[in-house]
Design a protein around this ligand. Structure first.
Ligand code: CND
Ligand code: ZN
Ligand code: ZN
Length: 376
């Protein structure tokens, strides 16, 4: 491409600091260095994790930063040593990279590559620099991806090539929301046919947990949310019942225990609220229930609970990106989507031009949207 090797000037949404709207700016994106890939982002989704940074809940994230981690795009150019990607390839950036060599990557039961930037939030590529500048200032990356920009640069272990026929404005959700929820059910919980599940939080990620529970053959899937407006879509996607904690004057785990002969087989927390995490744990069966934490809690939050809850046999676990080994599994998820093994188009409730990104976040905050997909 004509732009290869050159600095690209383009539009991006810069987060200059917490508690302020994102600012659409012209930025400069330097060419990829060795083992890096420059991508033209075509579509990017608005996920709650990005909003956690804007709200100040993830206080370790360094500013200024370009957020966004759920996207699909096209390779513009590659740095030296990148052999498996070429300009024009369709790709999905990976917020959990897969180096293939570290202790987690070589363990079939883990997907959290040592090269990830979640929780550490260094906000830099692997060579400890950034390719973004704006108004003479260097701008940080966000969890190996930074997709709220027309062009981004990622390390080659943080990008997967996908099928050439993939519709980018849909499969961008495979970059986070869909895969995270779906994998939490099928990989992390390993939901069994005929089982009973409770899903706390019916946003894009929680609804994807429901899709996973249904595909796995669960016989009862109970959605729990403070916003009853979320129930219709949850039922459309596979929830068999939905309950609102506001409609009861006793703890929701007691309600669920009554509904399910002493507790569910699988409980999922998909909000990021440590109080709800304990409720989810308490809702699972005392002898054989499994609870999966999917929600991202604020930086300083801690979870406390009576250890007797797990002494009797409950299992508590969690997963980032639904337990998928990103570079290996994302291309397969895209192919499975193209082969109609599952469907998630119903998660996309809004489509907006990139410039309206702040409107996309407003729709998420006021509970109107499930996923807004922004396009350039
Ligand atoms: P979204 O905000 O769309 O959904 C959350 C839902 O929870 C909403 O429907 C709320 O009404 C509901 N809710 C809020 N508080 C309560 C409560 N106390 N009781 C019951 N319901 C409540 O968020 P999302 O679906 O985009 O993301 C959900 C979480 O998943 C969020 O914490 C996000 O940061 C996290 C996440 C995790 C991962 C991962 O890899 N583990 C990846 N992406 C996002
Ligand atoms: Zn690794
Ligand atoms: Zn996300």
């Amino acid at each position: 491409m004509a732009t290869a090797g050159k600095v690209i000037k383009c539009k991006a949404a810069v987060c200059w600091g917490p508690k302020q709207p994102l600012s659409i700016e012209e930025i400069e994106v330097a060419p990829p260095k060795a083992h890096e890939v420059r991508i033209k982002i075509v579509a990017t989704g608005v996920c709650r994790s990005d909003d956690h940074v804007i709200s100040g809940a993830l206080s370790e994230v360094k500013f200024p930063v370009i957020l966004g981690h759920e996207a699909a795009g096209i390779v513009e150019s590659v740095g030296e040593g990148v052999t498996n990607l070429k300009p024009g390839d369709k790709v999905i950036p990976l917020f959990v990279p897969q180096c293939g060599k570290c202790r987690c990557c070589v363990n079939p039961h883990s997907n959290l590559c040592y090269k990830n930037d979640i929780g550490k939030y260094n906000g830099l590529l692997l060579d400890n620099t950034s390719r973004f500048t704006c108004k003479g200032k260097s701008i940080h990356n966000f969890i190996s991806t930074s997709t709220f920009t027309e062009y981004t640069v990622v390390d080659d272990i943080a990008v997967a090539k996908i099928h050439k026929d993939a519709p980018l404005d849909k499969v961008c959700l495979i970059g986070c929301g869909f895969s995270t929820g779906y994998g939490s059910a099928v990989n992390t919980a390993k939901v069994k046919p005929g089982s009973t599940c409770a899903v706390f939080g019916l946003g894009g990620v929680g609804l994807s947990v429901i899709i996973g529970c249904k595909v796995a053959g669960a016989s009862r899937i109970i959605g729990v949310d403070l916003n009853s407006d979320k129930f219709a879509k949850a039922k459309e996607l596979g929830a068999t019942e939905c309950i609102n904690p506001k409609d009861f004057n006793r703890p929701i785990h007691e309600v669920l225990a009554e509904m399910t002969d002493d507790g569910v087989d699988y409980a999922f927390e998909v909000i990021g609220n440590t109080g709800v995490m304990t409720s989810a744990l308490s809702s699972s069966h005392f002898g054989c229930g499994k609870t999966v934490i999917v929600g991202l809690a604020p930086s300083s939050a801690t979870m406390t609970f009576d250890p007797l809850l797990i002494l009797t046999g409950r299992v508590l676990t969690g997963a980032v990106f639904g337990g998928w080994k990103s570079k290996d599994d994302v291309p397969k998820l895209v192919s499975d989507y193209l082969d109609k093994k599952f469907e998630f188009d119903g998660l996309i409730t809004h489509k907006l031009p990139f410039e309206k990104i702040n409107e996309g976040f407003e729709l998420l905050r006021n509970g109107e949207s499930i996923r807004t997909v922004l396009s350039f």
